[in-house]
Write a new protein. Structure first.
Length: 408
């Protein structure tokens, strides 16, 4: 087994690539033709490998799925048009009306909104403080099927009790879904904490360049799907470790249609090759900036798992290669957030995260605005909270930019 980056950089070449190309080409096609109609029927019926229709499969996307699967040390991976599509399709395919699942309360805003929509359609959800496995345990009901958590919360950086919840799910026979977007497979592999399924927004650190949307679900092989009664009889054949992901592909990609396009898959596959290099630089920049901001008299509080005073600092050091490249902070009472942000020159005022460029956004006024003040308060989202996604710029330039904006 070669190293992380070597494996990803040479991933495409491990399968036959047309004309000796170093990258899997973009296959801009919707349908696939066969000389013998029996071969076509065998592909559709799952008796042989091959390509049926572009809504479910494409050679360029298959190459990306292989890369993500290698990153996550998984059994199989399915890619989607966005990270939200990956989460939504996963729940759509595996849960039914009357089911219940437990989720971290410190969720990315759109994921929170999506889960409430599922609740409105008869799939109940309970939000808990996922920094404690006991809080998750207390929320489990007889009809609970699944637990969903993020590794590090966005934007307040709470770190989930990943080991404790993994043990809980294993003991109770629950599907354990871990969203690895904030850490990426380079910093952490959820298979190590007994995750059943791993979600990644490929738009973020894996793609890294802010030029393509995408999402993925990876099966780890840790869950025995023979005991999961929501798997349709149609998909209860072959390797049981792949039953759930087959259902996600069939009931999700085929029926629901959240397909990733081949051009986006090509961008994401190339971006993925430099994940480790980018994350090293981004995490270094995050450490330098948070240390600087924590000591500045115009900043009241910094939220970053790499700081010793973070409540889950010890857990972070035990689990992750680095504490991540995202942090948030609250300004002192006499500093107006918009004025501060408008003075930044290198840092870009923008949404998104995981980009090569450092991005800043006032959380309460933008990505968490629709939640309303009560829900924001329950999540600890102050009006002055600013989220920073650190990029790969030179550390000295970022430090100087924050210093001049705070001191102006």
């Amino acid at each position: 087994m070669r190293g992380f980056t070597t494996s990803i950089v040479h991933s495409d070449r491990l399968d036959p690539v047309e004309h000796g190309s170093l990258h899997k080409p973009i296959h801009a096609t919707v349908a696939y033709g066969y000389e013998d109609v029996q071969d076509l029927a065998d592909v559709f019926q799952g008796r042989s490998g091959g390509y049926s229709y572009g809504r479910q499969v494409n050679p360029t996307i298959s190459a990306l799925e292989t890369k993500i699967n290698r990153m996550e040390a998984g059994v199989a991976t399915v890619c989607f048009g966005t990270g939200m599509a990956a989460i939504g399709t996963l729940l759509f395919a595996l849960l039914r009306q009357g089911d219940h699942f437990v989720s971290s309360s410190f969720l990315f805003g759109n994921t929170n909104s999506l889960f409430l929509s599922f609740a409105a359609h008869g799939v109940d959800v309970t939000f808990v403080d996922a920094t404690s496995a006991d809080a998750v345990a207390s929320a489990v009901k007889p009809n609970t099927k699944l637990v969903f958590v993020e590794t590090i919360a966005n934007p307040r950086t709470q770190v989930t009790d990943l080991v404790g919840i993994g043990a809980l799910c294993r003991n109770k026979g629950l599907v354990y879904v871990v969203d690895n977007t904030m850490t990426s497979p380079y910093l952490f592999q959820p298979v190590d904490v007994e995750a059943s399924l791993v979600v990644n927004s490929l738009t973020k650190y894996i793609g890294g360049h802010g030029n393509a949307l995408g999402g993925a679900v990876t099966e780890t092989g840790k869950f025995d799907w023979r005991s999961f009664d929501n798997i349709y009889e149609t998909y209860r054949k072959g390797d049981a470790a792949k039953w759930a992901l087959t259902q996600v592909r069939k009931k999700g990609l085929r029926d629901f249609g959240p397909t990733l396009g081949p051009e986006a898959a090509h961008h994401l596959g190339i971006g993925a090759e430099t994940l480790a290099l980018r994350m090293e630089r981004q995490c270094e920049n995050a450490r330098a900036l948070t240390t600087f901001l924590a000591a500045h008299d115009r900043v009241s509080r910094v939220y970053y798992p790499g700081l010793p005073d973070h409540p889950q600092h010890g857990r972070t050091e035990a689990l992750f290669r680095h504490p991540g490249a995202l942090f948030s902070f609250e300004l002192a009472a006499d500093v107006e957030p918009f004025d501060f942000l408008n003075r930044l020159e290198v840092v870009i005022k923008s949404s998104n995260l995981g980009d090569n460029r450092t991005l800043a956004i006032p959380v309460a006024h933008t990505i968490y605005y629709e939640m309303g003040p009560e829900r924001r308060a329950s999540m600890g989202i102050a009006d002055s909270l600013i989220r920073i996604s650190t990029g790969i710029e030179d550390e000295e330039d970022l430090m100087a930019d924050f210093a001049q904006a705070l001191n102006a």
